[in-house]
Design a protein around this ligand. Sequence first.
Ligand SMILES: [Zn+2]
Length: 340
Amino acid sequence: MKAFLDDRQRAHDPKHFMANGAQQPNPEVPRRVEILAEGARAAGCHFETPADAGLGPIAAVHTAEYITFLRNIYTRWRRIEGAGEEVIPNIHPANRTDGYPKSAVGQAGWHQADTACPIAEHTYEAAYWSAQSAVAGADHLIGGGRMAYALSRPPGHHAFEALAGGFCFFNNSGIAAERLRAAGLRPAIVDVDVHHGNGTQGMFYGRGDVLTVSIHADPARFYPFFWGHAQERGEGAGLGANLNLPLARGTDDAGYMAALGTALERCDSFGADVIVVALGLDASIDDPFQGLAVTQEGFTRIGAALAATGRGLLFVQEGGYVSDTLGANLTCALKGAMGG
Ligand SMILES: [Zn+2]
């Protein structure tokens, strides 16, 4: 399977992460790249450096204001006397109809949903190349390829059109889906990350030309809390084109596969001809987030079930954090898709 990764994606090295009021090390570490690349190679992937498709594919789903913010905010932040080493918001607008702020601190609050997406010197560059890896994967399918894997890191599915969050800056899966749609395909995004793909949902919520499906731990007691419930089905032209399948904490392979079956039936009825798999691996029973309990065999079955649809598959890396099985989980998913 063709795979895409640019070395510049490693340069983002976030330090801060606040969970339940406690300062912790940020788990979205550059070492994930090494572990995931090794896992992909073990499945038979061959990595290429993505071409530079420019800002066009990113600007197709993100606002110009947001892209400018991500590109410049670190430099502006450094000019604030006594500022911390990373851009982290400390105030948020009560609602987004409030005026757009001029100051760096105000804009950080506007464009960063939480404290889990700190921005430092190399964040923009890493996020840019993470998106380019996804675009290169989409272009491989547009060119007639059947499958590709984009090692998109930093991940993307919590990023909205103008909002970072949850380790995510550019929405790589959304960017890839829009690229495929613009080429005349009818894409579905199937998000198997343990966290709801809230940014992806938000990006396509009013549209009926891209199906968004997410299988995740029930947000009643799990990040991202405010999105991911079953009653969120899309609106306007997009009504019915968003499907959320929340699962009880600790759901095992059997429960997961039942939900995936529902997701893939919806891809059928939507008439999708290509599936962007937002491939989080944090539904693993070994993942530090401990949301669901998918085993290595489960990941093999997930890959096999996706391949059995007969559709083009673009795997875009999302979450999945350092554990003893992170690399093996990826190997299993990709090998499953390639028929063992
Ligand atoms: Zn996740």
